[in-house]
Every structure is written in structure tokens, then in C-alpha cells.
Design a protein around this ligand. Structure first.
Ligand code: GSH
Length: 311
């Protein structure tokens, strides 16, 4: 059995989502801290170019995107469930909506000038400039664009009032009664806003939301210990990728097994990963690539939100 290795950095909201998923499942894991901006040489040795945060590594299998990481963790440990039986569609669809729309609002609000001044106040001006330039590049070539601050400010109270009302009327303590992926997908953006006193009131003015967020963050991060990026690359090099799922390859666009392709996110961080298409399943795409440092790795992507191109 290989250890679960999370490549992440502390301030990333999607990394916080992944850490909370690990905490919810009470899993133990290894933590590899990656840079918040490019270049990320150890990470991209594993992924082949995908640069977003976080990434989960299990031996020589590399899982991109928290939507797929959630499914991988569910396979690792079925209970407590992230996709409670009978709620799978609702939970996955809600999570996809929160991860895109709610996160887009949070980014716009967090990056407003008053908030940036506090959040990055202690950093040298060149570091702030470098970070903002990196994030501007992150959006190039993708379908996503920054939500104008005015629009985010106008719409945010709608999102919070709806959430507040739902939580007040909900039978259980969580969005779908029992805890699920939906809670974590909603929570990480609110955790991001909570990061400074400038944006924290956007969450804390809603008492039922603040109480629910406390419960979700209360799951913690599970037990973890540090590892460095080089060690993680060596683990991939020395490991053999897991067996492929049994599901047959059924690609609606006619891509075939063994074909040379590139897979990339659609929205932002669209850096393509090239390799051999090994698997195209209902939820997941798997690419085989060979890396000078990491050896043969299988890179896994969600089917939703990614595209395949022949190479
Ligand atoms: N859909 C992705 C989104 C991940 C994402 O947007 N992560 C941000 C950090 S919270 C990111 O990658 N920023 C650029 C970077 O870390 O290089 C997921 O669910 O994992």
C-alpha cells in the first residue's frame, strides 16, 4: 500500500478543501509543500505540466483536481462517505457549482485592493508583483475570467442569504443533512474569505453560516507528516502504477487506447499534459507518461472540465 501524498501549500483554498477531506476520512497522509507560483519543478515532474494546487500522489499515480481527489479518497476509505448513497448526483453537482461560482466570487473579493494590502502586507513588493503576474498568466488561454469586483459585491449577499436560510431550515447539521463533499466545496471559499479581517465579515455576518463553517472546519486535517518534493518524485520513480479500472474504454470523441494525446483543464491553468491515453471512464481519464525524474507515471484527471486533444 502506498502512502497518500498531498502536494499543496498552506494558503490555497482548494488545498484546504483536500486537507479537510483527508481530515473527514481520518486518513493519515504525507505533506509536500509546493511553491504558490511557477516554477514547480517537482510537481510538474509528476504531473507533466498540470500546475494547479493541490495534487494527490499515491505511488506512481497522480490525481489532478479536487473533484477527482475526492473520488480517490472515497475509494481509499468508503466511510464516512463524501457521496452519501442516493445523493451522489446532488452532491457532485452542488460541489461543481460551489467550486466554480462561489470560488470565483471569493477570489474577486479577496483580491480587492483593501484585502490585498492586509493579506500580503508583510511581503516585499516584488513578491506581491510576482504573485499577481503569475495569477494573471494562470488565466491565459482558459475559458474562465475574473469576476469584476462590483459584480462579486453585488451577488455575494444572495449566496450568503440563501446559504443562511438553507442552514436554518435544514434538519441535519450539514447541507444535505449528513456531511458530504458539498460542505467541503462550499467551505473552502469561505475559509479563504475568513483569512483577513477585511473579508471575514462577509462570512461572519451570517451566524448560521459561521456556525456551520465551524463544524466543517472542525473535521480538521487528519494526521500528516512532512516530506520533500524530491522524495515524492523518488517514490513515484520506484513505484509501479496501480492497475487500471475494469470499466471499458468508451470515448465519445473516438480517442483510442494507446493514442498520443494532451489533456488540459478548460477553465484556467490550462497547461497541457502529454502522454498515452490509457483509460477514459465515466468520471476519469488516465494518461501514461514517462518522465526523466519520475519514471512511468499515470496521471489521472476528471472527465468534467478537461479536454483531450490528439498529438
Ligand atoms: N478545479 C481545481 C481548482 C484548483 C485551483 O484553482 N487551485 C488554485 C489554488 S487554490 C491554483 O491552482 N492556483 C494556482 C497555483 O497554485 O499555482 C481543483 O478542484 O483542484
Amino acid at each position: 500500500m502506498h502512502e497518500l501524498i498531498l502536494h499543496h501549500y498552506p494558503t490555497s483554498p482548494f488545498a484546504e478543501k483536500a486537507r479537510l477531506l483527508l481530515g473527514f476520512k481520518q486518513l493519515s497522509w504525507r505533506s509536500v509543500l509546493i511553491p504558490a507560483v511557477m516554477p514547480k519543478p517537482d510537481l510538474t515532474a509528476l504531473t507533466g505540466g498540470y500546475r494547479k494546487t493541490p495534487v494527490l500522489q499515491v505511488g506512481a499515480d497522480i490525481y489532478c483536481d479536487t473533484a477527482l481527489i475526492a473520488r480517490r479518497l472515497e475509494a481509499e476509505k468508503a466511510t464516512p462517505a463524501l457521496f452519501p448513497e442516493g445523493q451522489e448526483f446532488n452532491v457532485a453537482s452542488f460541489a461543481q457549482w460551489a467550486d466554480s461560482l462561489v470560488f470565483q466570487h471569493a477570489v474577486s473579493l479577496v483580491f480587492q485592493p483593501e484585502s490585498v494590502a492586509v493579506r500580503f502586507g508583510k511581503l516585499p513588493p516584488e513578491a506581491i508583483k510576482g504573485f499577481l503576474a503569475d495569477r494573471a498568466g494562470l488565466f491565459s488561454g482558459g475559458s474562465a475570467s475574473r469576476l469584476p469586483l462590483e459584480q462579486a459585491k453585488q451577488q455575494w449577499p444572495v449566496l450568503m442569504s440563501r446559504l443562511q436560510q438553507q442552514l436554518e431550515r435544514e434538519q441535519g447539521d450539514f447541507l444535505f443533512g449528513a456531511p458530504s463533499l458539498a460542505d467541503f466545496a462550499m467551505a473552502h471559499s469561505l475559509w479563504f474569505l475568513r483569512g483577513t479581517p477585511v473579508t471575514a465579515p462577509l462570512v461572519d455576518e451570517y451566524p448560521a453560516v459561521a456556525a456551520w463553517l465551524g463544524r466543517v472546519l472542525g473535521f480538521g486535517h487528519g494526521s500528516h507528516s512532512e516530506m520533500n518534493g524530491e522524495e515524492a518524485v523518488a517514490i513515484a520513480r520506484d513505484a509501479t502504477p496501480a492497475e487500471l479500472p475494469a470499466e471499458a474504454l468508451t470515448d465519445p470523441n473516438g480517442f483510442t487506447l494507446g493514442q498520443r494525446v494532451a489533456i488540459a483543464a478548460i477553465d484556467y491553468g490550462v497547461d497541457p499534459v502529454e502522454g498515452e491515453l490509457l483509460f477514459s471512464g465515466g468520471e476519469e481519464l488516465i494518461l501514461r507518461r514517462e518522465d526523466p525524474r519520475a519514471g512511468v507515471v499515470h496521471v489521472h484527471f476528471p472527465r468534467m472540465g478537461f479536454r483531450i486533444e490528439a498529438r
